[in-house]
Ligand binder design. Structure first.
Ligand SMILES: [Fe+2]
Length: 345
């Protein structure tokens, strides 16, 4: 497994355009342009982000610097490895203490981070949210919570969060997730590792790929989505294109139903570890992840619970919003509880 220091963060510049680069760093002029657009938006009510506001934000998004819009549109259309890191975005002028409960901070009076997340993510699809997760809020705060240090969930810190595609068990799992960094951890050691199936596939034996394309894998929902102790589904890990497949994966909550299936899963796991890239997100970074191609996780880090801990905000989008319409009310982005969804099919 490679480490953060072994992986170079490639800087993207106009003079040195790398078509395949997955990192783009805004110039100071571009950063100012983004800031000017965001400052025109009204104060944000995080409890009620409605469609009129989303439309307004999306209309304004076409005023973003051409280079950024082009890169994101290309990323959506032709995702390649499936990650795009946008750096040097504007940050909130004043940042209150990191919330201790991983809920929206009532002390946060400006909304640069939320609008920056929204304005970029809307290029990738329609926001989607889940009743069971983060109180059904469209923008989620990810921070360490004291007492949950050793959980392998987003509030944990002292155990790494193993690789997974987001909500892999859910029929309306996101196609993309966006992570914006408001504050790094004290030691700047918390890594966000990612690994793409596009990099892993050529390294896998064909026998493993063939098994991974069969519904030989039991997947359990994460704790918050679990309704019954024995909730589980049978799924394939890989599907769709032979060359650029979709992947649904959870290192901890997925297992093969026989030794051969488990062997193939283990092959994929070790290969994903091998091709992983590790990023330390810093304020002004927006990490866009294609959830059909890429697994992500989190390394360990040491929180201090002093108001200066790591603070990330997150949102999800889907490309085909209509597909989840049965699960949502009119004009809403919130899916019904998973056990209700499954009970009517
Ligand atoms: Fe995740």
């Amino acid at each position: 497994m490679s480490t953060g220091s072994e992986n170079k963060l490639q800087s993207w510049s106009y003079e040195n355009t790398e078509e395949q680069s997955h990192v783009i760093t805004l110039t100071q002029d571009e950063k100012k342009q983004v800031k000017n657009i965001i400052e025109q938006f009204p104060p944000l009510d995080l409890e009620s982000i409605h469609d009129d506001l989303l439309t307004r934000v999306q209309l304004a998004s076409f005023q973003l610097p051409y280079r950024i819009v082009e890169r994101i549109l290309r990323f959506r259309r032709s995702p390649e490895k499936g990650v795009l890191l946008v750096r040097n975005l504007p940050t909130d002028p004043e940042l209150p203490p990191t919330p201790k409960d991983a809920r929206p901070s009532p002390q946060k009076k400006t909304h640069s981070s939320e609008y920056t997340l929204l304005i970029h993510m809307l290029f990738l699809g329609e926001p989607i949210i889940y009743t069971e997760e983060k109180e059904g809020k469209l923008i989620n705060d990810i921070c360490p919570v004291q007492g949950t240090d050793h959980t392998q969930e987003h509030t944990g810190s002292k155990k790494s969060f193993p690789f997974h595609t987001e909500n892999a068990f859910h029929p309306y799992r996101p196609d993309h997730l966006g992570l914006i960094c408001l504050r790094s951890d004290h030691d700047q050691k918390a890594q966000t590792p990612v690994a793409s199936i596009i990099d892993a596939l050529p390294l896998l034996p064909s026998a493993a790929i063939t098994l991974l394309r069969k519904p030989l894998y039991r997947i359990r929902p994460t704790q918050m989505f679990k309704h019954h102790e024995d909730d589980q589904q049978m799924v394939a890990v890989l599907s769709g294109s032979l060359l650029e497949p979709d992947m649904r994966m959870h290192f901890r909550l997925m297992e093969g139903i026989n030794p051969e299936a488990q062997w193939a899963l283990d092959q994929l796991k070790s290969t994903l570890q091998q091709v992983a890239l590790h990023y330390v997100l810093t304020p002004g970074d927006l990490f866009l992840i294609n959830n059909r191609r890429v697994v992500h996780g989190r390394s360990t880090f040491t929180p201090c619970y002093d108001g200066n801990d790591r603070w990330i905000q997150r949102m999800f989008t889907v490309q085909d919003f209509q597909r989840s319409s049965f699960s949502r009310g009119k004009g809403q982005h919130l899916c019904v509880p998973l056990h209700v969804e499954f009970s009517v099919h």
